[in-house]
Design a protein around this ligand. Structure first.
Ligand SMILES: Cc1ncc(COP(=O)(O)O)c(C=O)c1O
Length: 307
């Protein structure tokens, strides 16, 4: 989702697949006065271009960003704010990391593993900020794991390169792990993780070997979500459930080896607007699309050449 806004007048470009899969989220925004357009749309020049290049596409965050930026830059008084990826968003999210660290310190607990889902990287960047600081400056021994969908594996199968932050190539270049701004992920239900790139800061930390990344298929994610909901009573968002999957996997490894570890993970949202996804999972209608090497190679071929 990407929005251009002017005061309370808000125009939202919602990734087409999310617009269809998450009708309640769309209606909440409309209730508060936003106009919501499925992206890519014929309302913008860049949307028309994307639709011509990818007819029938279900969209991606990269497409929605291009459209919102076009509206914001061509409409008097409008502004656009990117909701993830950039450092100011990680900085805002660091409140979560600081609070988590303060709570752990209060009880004298040192985590062994810190896990977060990664779409553009903002919740993970914020959660790990104080722990990563200690790792870099004091040699603290935290294992930090980013979890991404197997259908959009920016860290685990992407290239570390300069790329556009959006599909329409109107935003500046950033050095990041990327699948190519032309990559349009399969319509996975974790819409917030369907972004081709990754925060530059997290990309650097990953490239320096200071954190790990794993990718997980969505049915395994929903199995974890269901288990978590039944035990904790909280219905998690599909995005957050990526972190839950890997937290459970790490806990199961401990069970096997008999080790005791403290595992912290980020629960970024609830899944009450994602019940269409839960319905698909319960009815056995959810699939696990994983891009082929050839698909990724075709997208890497469109990366900008930077001297
Ligand atoms: C509930 C939820 N969690 C996580 C994310 C992932 O975003 P980021 O990687 O920027 O934290 C999103 C993105 O929309 C989201 O909606």
């Amino acid at each position: 989702m990407a929005c251009a806004y002017f005061g309370l007048d808000c125009k939202v470009f919602m990734v087409k697949v999310s617009y269809e899969q998450k009708p309640f989220r769309r209606e909440v925004m409309r209730t508060y006065g936003a106009s919501v357009t499925p992206s890519p749309s014929m309302e913008t020049e860049v949307g028309k271009k994307i639709l011509a290049a990818h007819p029938g596409t279900t969209g991606s965050l990269g497409c929605a960003i291009s459209e919102a930026v076009e509206v914001a830059t061509t409409t008097e008084g409008y502004r656009y704010v990117l909701g993830s990826v950039l450092n100011q968003v990680l900085l805002h999210q660091s409140v979560i990391g600081l609070e988590a660290k303060a709570a752990l310190d209060k009880y004298g607990i040192t985590p062994d593993i810190i896990i977060g889902c990664a779409g553009g990287g903002s919740n993970l960047g914020g959660l790990i900020a104080p722990f990563m600081g200690e790792k870099i400056t004091k040699g603290a021994d935290y294992r930090i794991i980013a979890v991404e969908p197997a259908s959009c594996p920016s860290f685990t199968r992407g290239k570390y390169a300069y790329d556009f932050c959006d599909t329409g190539m109107v935003c500046p270049l950033a050095k990041m792990y990327t699948l190519g701004s032309n990559f349009i992920p399969a319509p996975n239900h974790a819409g917030g993780l369907r972004y081709h790139g990754m925060s530059s800061t997290l990309s650097q930390l990953y490239d320096d070997g200071l954190m790990e990344a794993v990718s997980v298929p969505q049915t395994a994610v929903f199995e974890a979500a269901e288990q978590f909901a039944r035990i904790e009573g909280i219905l998690p968002a599909p995005e957050s459930s990526h972190a839950i999957r890997v937290a459970i996997d790490e806990a199961l490894k401990c069970k096997e080896t008999g080790e005791e570890k403290t595992i912290v993970f980020g629960l970024t949202g609830t899944g009450y607007f994602d019940l269409v996804a839960y319905e698909k999972f319960h009815d056995g209608k959810m699939d696990d699309y994983i891009p082929t090497d050839e698909e990724l190679a075709a997208s890497f071929a469109t990366l900008p050449v930077v001297e």
